[in-house]
Design a protein around this ligand. Sequence first.
Ligand SMILES: Cc1cc2nc3c(=O)[nH]c(=O)nc-3n(C[C@H](O)[C@H](O)[C@H](O)COP(=O)(O)OP(=O)(O)OC[C@H]3O[C@@H](n4cnc5c(N)ncnc54)[C@H](O)[C@@H]3O)c2cc1C
Length: 596
Amino acid sequence: MSSYTAPLKDMRFVLNELAGMGDVAKLPGYQEATSDTVDAILEEASKFASQVLDPLNYSGDKEGSVWKDGAVATPKGFRDAYKQYADGGWPALPFEAKLGGQGLPKLVATAVEEMLTSANMSFSLCPLLTQGAVHALELAGTAALKTTYLEKMVAGRWTGTMNLTEPQAGSDLALVRTRAVPQGDHYLISGQKIFITYGEHDMAENIVHLVLARTPDAPEGVKGISLFVVPKFLPRADGTPGERNRAKCASIEHKLGIHASPTAVMVFEDAVGYLVGEVNKGLSYMFIMMNAARFGVGMQGVAIAERAFQRALAYAKERLQGKDLVQGGKTVPIIRHPDVRRMLMLMKSQTEAARALAYVIAAAMDTASRTKDAGEAKRLQAFVDLMIPVVKGWSTEMGIEVASLGVQVHGGMGFIEETGAAQHLRDARITTIYEGTTGIQAGDLLGRKIAREGGVTVKGWLEVLKGLDQALAKSSDEDIQVVRQRLAAGAQAVSECVDYVLGAAGKDPNAAFAGAVPFLMLMGIVAGGWQMARAALIAERKLQKKEDDAAFLAAKIKTARFFADHVLAQAPGLSATVVQGSSSVMSLTDEQFLAA
Ligand SMILES: Cc1cc2nc3c(=O)[nH]c(=O)nc-3n(C[C@H](O)[C@H](O)[C@H](O)COP(=O)(O)OP(=O)(O)OC[C@H]3O[C@@H](n4cnc5c(N)ncnc54)[C@H](O)[C@@H]3O)c2cc1C
């Protein structure tokens, strides 16, 4: 079975050339992120991912986490790997020095996260949720909560969870019923939460649950939801874990993928909880956590696609079947067949496009949070907000497609567990569901991020694409000219959809939202195409200057051309679906779905 190798060459190209690592490092507080330091971090993370986490991926899937009497044992090797992860300082990477963090940009942490997730998605979920919990506490917690919890979480000694979902409250958190009754300096929390990732496990000293609940006199709906910290063990005065809280794991789920990641049913029976921020503002704090987590789940799409691609490529080079269409003769490795090539190119080009887009957004997050220019911060934050549902929704849908192609490249062996290709598809399948389904992301994109602001930010981005078009026009490269045409058609398709949505949203919301997911996919492929076009131009310039690694640079241009012909080419069709396809979506009565 092939093992994971971090795609460091592409990561460095994207970090430095597309995401502007050099500029990010100049932002206040990021002086530690020198190019030597970033290089060393990438090398070390790649070793940790491939030597420690990757070997546990397949065994972790087979063994799974096991529940017994309220406790959860993670698969063999996970505890030790987590200890190495914490001892290595990895959890501290993106946090400020005052919390014990390393103060590195989100951009660098994103590349590290990609490697850990490619190597072992189940493992990486625990740090992902902990980071989100740290962000929420940092922003909204009292000084006392911060002192008690943050340093331990940043050090990785305590992990965090996100307790939103209840049996009747999934996408619709207005339906949350868990109660929080004030009692002295704390609250007593009662209720049931389901599907809680790493809600119980054996890798850390304590688990810090962030729980959404309602106080007794809270208004109905989302305006009556508050956020509480509910630790597994109540911290003693000296900060060490003390008495067991009444927050119990009743069971864990048997599920399609990510078997090593425990998905817990949590029961709170008068558990001690501490309010985070103000009463009834819980959902807005949770959104901070969710935005970081949504971006992180988008990265899971990229990471799993990369891993599936590597496995398929290794197999395609080994598996002998059929003859070369041109040369005939001996049986050849399947990588010589055009259709297998097409699949591999779809895998490679979409993974690279989604990586580039996500890293560029990570850099925009860094700049938005650190720049001293208030106007730039506002503009960039609006751009990040626009693109987070795209990174989440498109990259994860792409991850599933790529993992499925990975199975296809393996033929029958892809369907057999021992090659590992099937695991990637099973693991990838959850990414379009948790942290808001693709439908929810698409609704957010169309409603909150476009219609509500009259399309200002998306139109600003279309202007950026026009600027790029002018730069592309100057290239004499034939492939780049095709990329230019396809990207222009893609931008036109987005523009038509935006006009349609802005017109329809107020008058006929069903018509506007019927095409929300096709629109999100269109945004993804055009945004991915934007980055591939930029990459191709940069590669052309570097080739002209005879810089090193001509093979990589030439491949970048060809990969951009493939992406344009095979992926961006779908843009006009998607636009037709969004603009013309809405009436048929709602055209049957509920009963007509059942007509025999
Ligand atoms: C393995 C796993 C791990 C998870 N981890 C966590 C966790 O750590 N913490 C946590 O709190 N939750 C977690 N979840 C829960 C997850 O976030 C929810 O499953 C998800 O938000 C969807 O909610 P639901 O399952 O109730 O589906 P539903 O909300 O019932 O959705 C069903 C379908 O209806 C669609 N739909 C629903 N409402 C709308 C709407 N308004 N517009 C358009 N379409 C809509 C959805 O897109 C979906 O296709 C996890 C789930 C799983 C399976």
